[in-house]
Design a protein around this ligand. Sequence first.
Ligand code: IFM
Length: 458
Amino acid sequence: MPASESLGLPPDFVWGVSTASYQIEGAVTEGGRGPTSWDAFAHTPGRTVNGDTGDVACDHYHRYAEDIALMKELGVDAYRFSFAWSRIQPTGRGPVNAEGLTFYDRLVDALLAAGIEPSPTLFHWDTPLALEDEGGWVNPDISKRFADYANVLGEHFADRIPRWITVNEPVVLTTLGYGVGMHAPGKRLGFGSLAVAHNLLLAHGRGVAALRAAGAGQIGIANNHAPVWAASDHDEDQQAAALYNALANDLFADPLLLGRYPALLEPYLPDGAGDALAEIAAPIDWYGINHYNPTMVAAPSTDPTALPGSVDGQQLDSGLPFRMVEIEGYPRTDFGWPVVPSAFTDLLTGFRDRYGDALPPIYITENGCSDATGPDATGRVPDTRRVGYTRAYLEALAEAVAAGVDVRGYFHWSLLDNFEWAAGYSQRFGLVHTDFETQQRTPKDSYYWYQELIRSQS
Ligand code: IFM
């Protein structure tokens, strides 16, 4: 598909880009910001590739005006960023840090002036360290703290922000952060981490209520979803895949949309979790899906020396009742993730089939490709694999829309190459290349391709 060919999407389809606070802002000790779980984790030897941290990242805290100019030139309608909770409340509770609000006032006002809709996420994994030290997302108190924080933001920004996202990818914080310890805070609670899932979902529900009470509208969530394929027809693999699917998909969508927890996971949830379902299922205006690739799952190996598999290219602990298997026969991104656009169509039509009328309009809140291509001798960044990936995934999205799925927008991950969590700066997802030595930004070929696509679809 040339960028100028129509995808047949609705005329008011929202085109956007996404980022997150700890991945781009830097300035971790400036503006009264309190430390977070990710500051502590990234500064612990051995936790991230090359010991990379988000201390400077893309220095967006100081360069946001330049980044907004890049977005304006790109032609996006909307920008998904995240508030750093610890800039607003340095210890996650109590008095508001005026300097933190001022930074986001400037950002929001500059976006509005550029004709770009601010679409913030309240929480994208950077838990204030003071709360983490009290148990973080295992401690049931945190959903109340989150509601207070949501209220502060709602009261301050409701009249300027047209679209809100409560929480980003609770599945990743639950499993990688508290289940197997590959992300902050580095805990290895196994299935004990389902308490984290519950507290994140409750924080979402209470956040929705707090935002609404403050007059905010158009509230959603950004949940990561992926079709789960069983490695074979054997019962053991089918069962392992069903359990993994309940954990990775249903656990985070069923409570919100159907008001119930998946039966397979009830034994692992904290006592009384069901009593909070009415709060968790507070109506939302739209549902955000982050999608990158499908997952293949098998039963654990009977070979005691075999490891169970990997997530994001990193090895998981043994002892889990499933293992991830490499998906063969498809191209891969630099992260090793398989490129399977048809799985995106299946995911979206599958959502419509499973949730029916309970499913509000969908926004794709993230989708993108790790491709390390850098500037060539002429300074151009020919990231053809990212262009190919994005084109194919947008065609797959358009197919789902043609099949009747109500998708209202697409936010590409990411505007800039940035701090990719445990992978540090080794994986690049940006439409714009970041030179992390000089902070020079260079739009890649994918940026110009996306620019032409946006122009031609409107
Ligand atoms: O960089 C992350 C983002 O923070 C959450 N979703 C997946 C992206 C790529 O790994």
